[in-house]
Design a protein around this ligand. Structure first.
Ligand code: ZN
Length: 347
């Protein structure tokens, strides 16, 4: 048990089947569904007819704010889709004080379990807002219908606890922990339990059965909500693996399936900390989740650029202290990363 006054209390989450079909029993007439076009084509027949729909087309705050007047006319919003639809549903719920229900259609990222929306200001991501859904609905059938790459992507937001904790321990050893985020072994241990749980459930994750989905969702509840419930402390949930991803996104300006660059950053973090244990290699080998640059439509030069500028990026953006602040970039590090990732994907 965490011996702090702060209590981890994730958003109400209900898993089951045919959950969308229940909407007609509690939806109010002034409701808007926030989704993406391709997802809506697949599922609109399951929603009440004539319902208003908003397709996410921008994450830019300045553009979103032009829609506020329209959303002020609603009472309820329902996020239905991936990270972007859920984030924008949170945004309008916060801005216009609307009740919020969330239906993720895959478990690619932990966004649905956090209070803030990742909106862009001039292309740069900012996490702002405060939205608490009445409920997050995990419909097993809908999640299982998503292409497996999206659901496997969800492991990134679990494995990051491991490299996040390694970075926190590293900073602690060097006496470089931020004043407001002193090392807390209870928080760190709690995070690592979710990583162990993920590895223990590999067979269920592989087939994405109910238990596999539950395993990832439980970890995402922790990742999304314990940032807040530990006093907006991110140290036990992310570190170098996300920093690497942010820099890669910044340099390439490409859209990623979240877990791919995060898992690449995870391997990088493990290598730098000298903690790439066999249990992780075995885990990746048994999962058909490809996170080579090829699979992300980038190349090793992009990865090289993200590596050689990583320290600078971390310092410039004032990110929390870890191995990324101290490692020496070298071409042999890139070779090591490439060999490891290729061996996992049997290339
Ligand atoms: Zn993430």
């Amino acid at each position: 048990m965490i011996s702090s006054i702060n209590k981890f209390n994730p958003f109400p989450t209900i898993a089951g089947y045919n959950l969308v079909d229940e909407l007609k029993n509690f939806i109010v007439s002034d409701t808007c569904i926030i989704t993406m076009k391709d997802i809506w084509e697949l599922y609109n027949h399951r929603f009440p007819k004539n319902i208003d729909v908003y397709f996410v087309h921008t994450l830019e705050e300045i553009e979103l704010d032009k829609e506020i007047e329209k959303f002020n006319n609603y009472k309820m919003v329902i996020g239905f889709g991936g990270g972007q639809a859920l984030d924008i549903a949170k945004y309008f719920s916060w801005k216009c004080n609307l009740s919020l229900f969330q239906f993720p259609t895959s478990i690619s990222v932990d966004a649905v379990f956090g209070h803030r929306s990742g909106i862009r200001r001039g292309g740069n991501v900012n996490y702002i807002g405060w939205a608490i859904p009445e409920s997050v609905f995990i419909d097993y059938e809908i999640i299982q219908s998503a292409p497996s790459i999206f659901n496997y992507s969800g492991i990134g937001d679990v494995l990051c606890f491991y490299t996040g904790v390694l970075d926190w321990q590293f900073a602690n050893k060097k006496n470089k922990c931020e004043q407001k985020w002193k090392y807390n072994s209870e928080l760190a241990a709690e995070s690592l339990k979710y990583v162990d749980d993920l590895l223990d459930n590999i067979e269920h994750v592989k087939t994405m059965n109910e238990r596999g989905i539950d395993t990832i969702v439980r970890a995402h509840q922790w990742g999304g909500n314990s940032f807040y419930s530990s006093g907006w402390n991110p140290r036990h949930i992310e570190g170098i693996e996300h920093f690497f991803f942010y820099n890669l996104e910044f340099l390439t300006n490409k859209k990623f399936i979240h877990g791919q660059p995060v898992c690449l950053g995870f391997i990088l973090g493990c290598l730098l900390h000298n903690k790439l244990e066999d249990k992780f290699l075995d885990f990746f080998k048994s999962l058909d989740f490809n996170f080579t640059p090829d699979a992300m439509n980038i190349n090793w030069n992009d990865v090289d650029n993200a590596l050689s500028t990583l320290k600078n990026y971390i310092e410039k953006n004032n990110l929390w202290y870890g191995i990324g602040n101290e490692f020496e970039y070298s071409s042999s590090l890139l070779d090591q990363l490439r060999d490891t990732v290729h061996s996992l994907n049997k290339i």
